[in-house]
Ligand binder design. Structure first.
Ligand code: GLV
Length: 327
């Protein structure tokens, strides 16, 4: 008999088709968001789950799921999965790294440019019928070319963002848990490793691409915002919670930094309503990886991990390798 799996959210139909060749699939094309108790009920008797980052897998949930063997997540970030608890319950977990690096880096630049050059603010003004004449000082923004880009979190996506800055003749400084090797630094537009404080003081544009964890919670708060240049922009592509949104709202309101571009928020999809009253912030609904090709690739990657794991093969993106080889 085929193993039973749950697909927690709506997904591309061809992925459901692929999964149903291998599994008995319970799908959710109505895209209902399951509460934790509903998830526990739905997962009874299931050996696998194809999930997105909107479901939380912690010890409390896992101990109620004795049949579960594999959590295949369609996202690179996996702060919603307690990997140590998974290992303790002998549940494998996987994510979808690499397939989204370039698309996410493209979007980082789109958000950075929209923020620095005030594109959405200007468009709202135009749509509101306020464009009566050209003016010498209309929507003056900050240049990208020739400026200093600061990247916090210099993993694969951070490096792809830094590489793109060569075309804008920019300098790159970065901060990361560990320093890159010299070849990687050279490829990332000769990125220079600096302390977080030096980065915040010297960068004209700060981009956040670090994973969320207890250690990275509020990496950018009131003190860090106060170190930034008043002309600086801040872009968060990573996860809500890395920035203290209340402190950011205060800084944007007081214009102690020029502007922010945010694709992620604390408690999303809810977000602090005060962002809506600010003109100097560009807001997008967690879409950095959302190109047609990349979202299909992410779904395919998560499916491949699930098929491998429940078929007795090592999943290519296993997050808890200590569970392999299986004892
Ligand atoms: C998106 O945020 C992801 O982690 O893939």
């Amino acid at each position: 008999m085929k193993p039973a799996i749950l697909v927690t959210r709506a997904v591309f139909p061809e992925i459901l088709q692929l999964l149903s060749q291998h599994f008995q699939v319970e799908s959710n094309q109505e895209d209902v968001i399951f509460s934790p108790p509903e998830l526990v009920t739905k997962l009874q008797g299931k050996q696998g789950v194809f999930t997105t980052a909107s479901a939380r897998f912690n010890a409390e949930l896992l101990q109620q799921l004795p049949d579960l063997k594999m959590i295949a997540q369609m996202a690179v970030g996996y702060d919603n999965i307690d990997v140590a608890a998974c290992s303790a319950h002998r549940v494998m977990a996987s994510n979808t790294p690499d397939v989204l690096n370039e698309t996410t880096a493209d979007f980082g630049w789109a958000l950075l440019m929209a923020t620095a050059r005030r594109i959405t603010e200007a468009e709202h003004w135009l749509r509101a019928g306020q464009w009566k004449k050209w003016s010498y000082n209309g929507f003056l923004g900050a240049d990208l070319h020739g400026s200093t880009l600061g990247v916090i979190g210099m993993g694969r996506i951070g490096q792809a963002i830094a590489r793109r800055s060569m075309g804008f003749d920019m300098k790159v400084v970065y901060h990361n848990r560990s320093r890159l090797d010299p070849e990687q630094e050279a490829r990332a537009n000769k990125a220079r490793y600096v302390s977080k404080d030096e980065l915040l003081r010297t960068a004209d544009h700060v981009v956040l691409v670090l994973p969320y964890s207890a250690a990275s919670h509020h990496t950018i708060g009131a003190d860090e915002l106060a170190m930034m240049k008043p002309t600086a922009t801040l872009v968060n592509l990573a996860r809500g919670g890395i920035v203290d949104d209340v402190a950011l709202i205060a800084a944007l309101r007081a214009k102690t930094i020029a502007a922010a571009g945010l694709d992620v928020f604390e408690n999303e999809p809810k977000f602090h309503p005060d962002f809506l009253s600010l003109e100097n912030v560009v807001l997008t609904p967690h879409i950095a990886s959302a190109s047609e090709a990349t979202r299909r690739a992410m779904a395919g990657c998560a499916a491949a991990n699930l098929i491998a794991a429940l078929g007795g093969e090592r999943p290519p993106n296993l997050l808890n390798p200590e569970l392999w080889p299986k004892s």
